[in-house]
Design a protein around this ligand. Structure first.
Ligand SMILES: C[S@@+](CC[C@H](N)C(=O)[O-])C[C@H]1O[C@@H](n2cnc3c(N)ncnc32)[C@H](O)[C@@H]1O
Length: 328
């Protein structure tokens, strides 16, 4: 009887799921309008947010308006007010083959030409988590640097400052799609992309509500996805569905923001759709992470990274599984 009821309810679930998707849907030109409606500063002191000449979506307008208040900038020179407590050391951080430096770093005064490191500049004291100080960002940076191939499309879920997208672009990715629940992080990420000399078209910022199953990276999906978000978010069925459906079959997934003891629950939440390939997940202690104690005032402890590959399976089974997840 229970089985019969479930079978009868299944089509209703799917219809509800589609309806929810349609309700949340924003046109692509809305998203583009969002990506182009801000002037790019060379320093956060000079930021002025300009009115868009194009109509933005009601959602993004509402989110940005709520953040900015009347005429207040969302930026601040005070790192605490700007929403992020960690700071990049003035002479930068070396992670893998990247040197992460604050935007005010004087490259001319620091001759690093011989070290072959790729410099990533980040606006400091800006909203948008992710400087490289935290062990989880380091774990993801190292993964991106070893896994990105020319032409890859990266879905950067929980992009924060855009640091991981920048690393992917520098490593050969043709495009990055950054998703964040915080609209101010998307603005920061866009500005960091330009600060590093990339065209805006190489990075597309999407608010979480604009992310739909199968729709983010047409026609096949992203070839890489990285999500460095706490476990409570990563295991949410709607996030699992959004991440897995927007990854192409055979695409690579890297999840971090988790403690070593949370790896198994994370694998369970992503079900049978992923072959986990990085069983020897990495851990870093704070002592290996320069700046962590200075930034957070305590030992950040041990974190993990989990990597896998999306299975190539029956599309219909997969759609059924994901639509069930989307309404559960
Ligand atoms: C730990 S930070 C990671 C930032 C950057 N990717 C990095 O690796 O340093 C997590 C980011 O995920 C965002 N986030 C949290 N919950 C989210 C959700 N449900 N959907 C999308 N983004 C989310 C936060 O706003 C934050 O920018």
């Amino acid at each position: 009887m229970i089985d019969m009821t479930q079978a009868m309810l299944r089509p209703l679930h799917r219809t509800l799921s589609s309806l929810l998707i349609c309700l949340c849907r924003l046109r692509n030109d809305d998203v583009e309008a969002f990506a182009t409606r801000h002037q790019v500063p060379h320093s956060h002191h000079e930021v002025t947010l300009m009115e868009s000449s194009q109509p933005a979506s009601e959602l993004t307008d509402w989110v940005i308006a709520g953040l900015e208040g009347k005429n207040e900038s969302i930026t601040s020179t005070d790192p605490i007010k700007a929403g992020e407590g960690d700071t990049i050391p003035a002479d930068g951080l070396v992670i893998g083959n990247f040197r992460i430096v604050p935007s005010e770093y004087d490259e001319a005064a620091n001759d690093n030409t011989d070290d072959n490191l790729i410099t990533i500049k980040l606006l400091s004291a800006r909203n948008g988590w992710g400087t490289g100080v935290h062990p989880t960002t380091r774990l993801c940076l190292e993964w991106i640097s070893s896994q990105t191939n020319d032409g890859d499309v990266l879905l950067d879920y929980g992009c924060g400052s855009g640091i991981l997208s920048l690393a992917a672009l520098h490593s050969g990715a043709s495009k990055c799609i950054g998703v964040d629940v915080e609209a101010e992080a998307l603005v920061t990420a866009e500005r960091n992309v330009i600060l590093n000399g990339w065209e805006t078209g190489r990075f597309e910022g999407l608010h979480t509500r604009e992310v739909l199953p199968y729709e983010v990276c047409p026609p096949r999906g992203a070839s890489l996805c990285v999500a460095n978000i706490l476990i409570g978010q990563l295991v949410r069925p709607s996030m699992v569905a959004a991440i897995v459906t927007n990854l192409e079959p055979g695409g690579l997934l890297c999840l971090s923001g988790i403690r070593p003891g949370e790896v198994d629950s994370l694998k369970d939440a992503y079900g049978d759709g992923i072959d986990w390939i990085d069983e020897q997940y990495a851990e870093l202690s704070a002592s290996e992470t320069i700046g962590c104690i200075d930034s957070y005032g305590f030992d950040c402890g041990r974190w993990a990274r989990l990597a896998g590959r999306k299975k190539v399976g029956s599309k219909q089974d997969f759609i059924d599984q994901m639509s069930d997840l989307a309404v559960s």
